[in-house]
Design a protein around this ligand. Structure first.
Ligand SMILES: Cc1ncc(COP(=O)(O)O)c(C=O)c1O
Length: 409
């Protein structure tokens, strides 16, 4: 039986409003602080991937208990960190790991940099599918590696992003040692299916490429008929040596607490891990461990309510975009991000006229700019906020594209 469409009355009250984040050092809200449109509107931020919701009470209570202890010395993985994560992955994703495989890292971006140094040499290539979360594109250069990019293909008939297998195979030249997979994928919201994952596994095994799978979005799956399959859970040799990253940060909105987990089944890689990050990577802070553990252990009821709000918001956003001529999107299967194609609109503009990002900011909405992800003519919109705020943002998006609709004709 199909699930009924959610209405605003189905959403939990905690998600209908959010605290004012000004003066908290919020990266998201400070970007446009003090900048207004020509009509005096504050520019609303819909860019960086954190949500405006409060974290769940179970997380807040765990942090309170930890601060009551009142000693915050150097901390390695807390006793429950690896075991709660192990249970969480088994229950949510049907993946049995050994707790000894888990290494705490202060962030996945940091963890990706460690894998570059651990699994390749200067000058080697790191492969990824574009568009993609910006650090996948700029980290290789910082580690003196080469960024190798294979574009995903937008199949408008099936409304899915697909892999061009021939291009992927051709890109795996002998110097390519690592495949950074973003799964679920930011910014398109694609969840790779088992068939795709097995195909990647076969190719990487043949070409001696290690898969590093960033699964930070694994707990935000929006489509009812889609299941997240961890790459390393496949029954395949490439899966056995893969490295996976997960975190509670996106789902329970604790990104500022700086805590993620690397799952490294290969013992040699684990032994070399700390050496690869030596002098670069600090320890995780104790509150990060506490909050992540509480989220995985007791955060499921809150996550279910969050998913309702995000599904509702996704529909609002997709419907709004359908009604704006010359922009479009393939609805995301996961994440709280919408990847909007504005190329038709761009083609209608006079040379030198506003680009999509500028047009949006002029109308009072600040999404992320597509070229940063390797997607010219695109925008990324973060819909992890109360529906009323999203509606205001979507009205402004309409204004942005309506204002210039016919200007090139
Ligand atoms: C795919 C992906 N990986 C990693 C991160 C950031 O992770 P961290 O804050 O743990 O470095 C993000 C944040 O948006 C992301 O989308």
């Amino acid at each position: 039986m199909q699930k009924p469409v959610l209405t605003i009355n189905d959403l939990a009250a905690d998600f209908l409003q959010c605290p004012n984040r000004h003066d908290t050092g919020s990266e998201k809200w400070d970007r446009y602080r003090g900048r207004t449109t020509s009509t005096g509107k504050e520019i609303l931020p819909f860019w960086v991937a954190d949500m405006d919701f409060k974290s769940p009470d179970v997380v807040l209570e765990a942090i309170r208990q930890r601060t009551d202890h009142a000693v915050f010395g150097y901390t390695h993985e807390t006793p429950g960190f690896a075991t709660t994560l192990t249970t969480h992955l088994r229950e949510q994703h049907n993946w049995q790991i050994d707790p000894s495989w888990v290494i705490g890292v202060p962030g996945i971006v940091t963890g990706l940099s460690i894998t570059a140094r651990l699994l390749s040499q200067p000058g080697d290539g790191i492969l990824t599918l574009t568009p993609v979360y910006q650090p996948f594109l700029f980290l290789p250069k910082l580690a003196e590696r080469r960024s190798v990019r294979v574009p995903l293909h937008a199949d408008t008939n099936t409304q899915r992003w697909t892999i061009d297998w021939e291009s992927l195979e051709a890109a795996m030249t002998p110097d390519v040692k690592i495949f950074w997979l973003c799964h679920p994928h930011n910014p398109t919201g694609k969840v790779f299916e088992k068939e795709d994952l097995l195909h990647i596994a076969d190719m990487c095994e043949r070409k001696n490429v290690t898969v590093v799978s960033d699964e930070i979005w694994d707990d935000i799956i929006l489509d009812e008929d889609v299941q997240h399959i961890p790459f390393a859970s496949l029954d395949h040799p490439a899966a056995k040596r893969a490295i996976t990253f997960v975190a509670a940060s996106k789902t329970w909105n604790i990104a500022g607490l700086g805590c993620a987990a690397a799952i490294v089944p290969n013992e040699d890689f684990r032994k070399q891990w700390r050496q690869a990050g030596e002098g670069l990577v600090p320890m995780v802070n104790p509150l990060g461990y506490t909050a992540s553990e509480a989220a995985w252990k007791d955060g499921e009821p809150w996550r279910q309510k969050l998913l309702d709000v995000l599904k509702y918001n996704k529909q609002l956003a997709v419907d709004a975009i359908e009604n704006i001529p010359s922009i479009s999107c393939i609805p995301p299967q996961a994440t709280y991000l919408l990847w909007i194609d504005c190329n038709e609109w761009v083609a209608r503009q006079r040379p030198g006229q506003n680009q999509p990002q500028q047009a949006c900011e002029n109308a009072g909405i600040g999404p992320s700019n597509g070229p940063e992800f390797g997607g010219p003519g695109f925008l990324r919109l973060n819909f992890g906020c109360p529906p009323a705020l999203l509606e205001e943002g979507l009205n402004r998006l309409r204004d942005a594209f309506r204002a210039h609709e016919t200007s090139g004709q």
